[in-house]
Ligand binder design. Sequence first.
Ligand SMILES: [Zn+2]
Length: 252
Amino acid sequence: MIPAGEQEKIEQARRIVQSAAYLVAFTGAGISTPSGIPDFRSKGTGLWERYDPMEVASLTTFRTAPARFWDWKRTLMRQVWQSQPNPAHYALAKLESQARLKAVITQNIDGLHQRAGSQTVLELHGTIETMTCPSCRRQAPSSQYRALIESGDEMPRCKTCGAVMKPDVVLFEESLPPRTWRAAEKHCASADVILVVGSSLEVWPAATLPEFAVSNGARLIIANLSPTFLDGRAEVLLPYNVAETLPLLAGL
Ligand SMILES: [Zn+2]
């Protein structure tokens, strides 16, 4: 709930967003938690208590213990497939359709921005929507394996060579996709307003992008439940449920 008396902050943020010529959104796990996808940095979310994300979501684990990797990954993929975009995702899609928002830069791998209708989505950490064979590089939509992933504990295998498929997500020990990174930097250099949504800005190097935008003169709004290292440079802080605040900023 947005506390009474905080409406002025919402209004202030709405005016900044609605007067932006080049708005860029930077999103993290917090935009998808209202859709039921747990943030692995939050405590008390069952899935993550059974796994150390730094260990299981690593390239080493995929290579040396693929069954363990897939045991974790299939649970996450099932959760994503059962989830729907929430009003915060739709609000960003709306701002893009108004030609105000130029890009969504996201740390999320769940594809919910696209499902809500966003067109320009830069996925810094990749996506679970496709997979690639590490052996022969054959790429396939994850939907081809959906029945297999949802029905049991068999690992998805390449239909050409039989190797265990790897989802196109950036794992620990992997670098960010360079083309996506360059495009994100370009948008951040052009932005006159940067809107951080549901990110505590703790994951490097992704979190340097909003700072880069601010250093290039962008005004900063942060909609996140917990503090971030950039709070002191923000014009407005909105520590409320993003599914409530974002639609107000978009005039929905
Ligand atoms: Zn293959």
